[in-house]
Design a protein around this ligand. Structure first.
Ligand code: NAD
Length: 277
């Protein structure tokens, strides 16, 4: 394993499961000291313990990302334990279903509180430290393909992820003079508890039903399968590191070709595009 992140400190929200956990594990394996930030104390402790068991440095920090005091405390604990902060990965997120017509305000507010305000609060607390990073601070936000292409029945979630891409561009421009890069990854379907929860909801809920639906969703990606969390973590770790030193303000698909396929798939009765300007 490379030591690309040796001597650096990372804080990963949503770090106790799915994509966040894979990112925390990979950053730790490549030399970073990692604050695993989770909302569930037990999962957070277990993840940090597993990273330590594998030879990495990990600190469990419990925080609800929509709570400004808890977020400030999580960042302060990380800096006090490890002496600074170089990388922030925001993976905490929730998925709620509904069209605008049937989404109640409570659900809309909940999605935005965690998925958008949570990133704002975490970045706001982290930036003063990231600006002091000797190796160049980096923020990687976990967005979604749904920020860039519509899927039915996820209006609040899609709007929140779209807002994140805009926030990433704003932060990238504002923070560039301070040596901090800010990017997003836009995953397609990834085999995590969140996706399995969705698959249980839209199937009969049995193991076989979930397996079959995940397979079906996988076949809707040109690569023909869903991703493993590690495949997203690899791109996160790259963006977090100095090899991506000239990359900022982007939202990079990690989607098995889903967005590319949307761009070229025309309905049968769409007229031929005009070749004249
Ligand atoms: P996951 O459910 O395993 O991870 C989400 C994490 O966020 C969990 O650890 C959960 O405890 C945490 N969380 C939820 N509410 C929180 C709060 N208020 N404060 C702090 N933490 C909170 O699912 P995942 O798929 O790994 O999701 C990670 C990110 O990836 C999310 O932002 C999600 O929107 C995004 N994403 C996932 C997929 C996918 O197919 N799995 C696709 C695109 C984007």
């Amino acid at each position: 394993m490379s030591e690309e992140h040796a001597g650096r400190v990372a804080l990963v929200t949503g770090g106790s499961s799915g994509i966040g956990r894979a990112a925390a594990e990979l950053l730790a394996a490549s030399g970073a000291a990692v604050a695993v930030c989770g909302v569930d104390a037990d999962d957070t402790e277990k993840t940090a313990a597993a990273i330590a068991e594998a030879g990495g440095r990990a600190l469990p920090v419990v925080a609800d990302v929509s709570d400004p005091d808890a977020v400030a405390e999580a960042v302060a604990r990380t800096v006090s334990e490890y002496g600074g902060l170089d990388v922030l990965v925001t993976s905490a997120g929730i998925q709620r279903y509904g069209t605008v017509a049937d989404t109640d305000e409570k659900t809309w507010d909940e999605v935005f509180a965690v998925n958008v305000k949570g990133v704002f609060l975490t970045a706001r607390a982290a930036l003063p430290h990231l600006r002091r990073s000797a190796s160049g601070g980096s923020v990687v936000v976990v967005s979604s393909v749904q920020s860039r292409a519509a899927q039915s029945n996820v209006a609040a979630y899609a709007a929140a992820k779209g807002a994140l891409n805009a926030l990433v561009r704003s932060m990238a421009v504002d923070e560039a003079p301070f040596g901090v890069r800010v990017n997003a990854v836009c995953p397609g379907s990834v085999d995590t508890p969140m996706l399995r929860h969705s698959a249980a909801r839209f199937s009969d809920g049995s193991d076989e039903g979930v397996r079959r639906l995940l397979g079906e969703w996988g076949r809707s990606h040109p690569i023909g399968r869903i991703a493993q969390p590690r495949e997203v973590a690899e791109v996160i770790a790259f963006l977090a590191g100095t090899r991506a030193g000239f990359v900022t303000g982007t939202d990079i698909p990690v989607d098995g070709g889903v967005l590319a396929a949307l761009a070229v798939t025309l309905p049968q009765d769409t007229p031929e595009p005009s070749t004249t300007a």
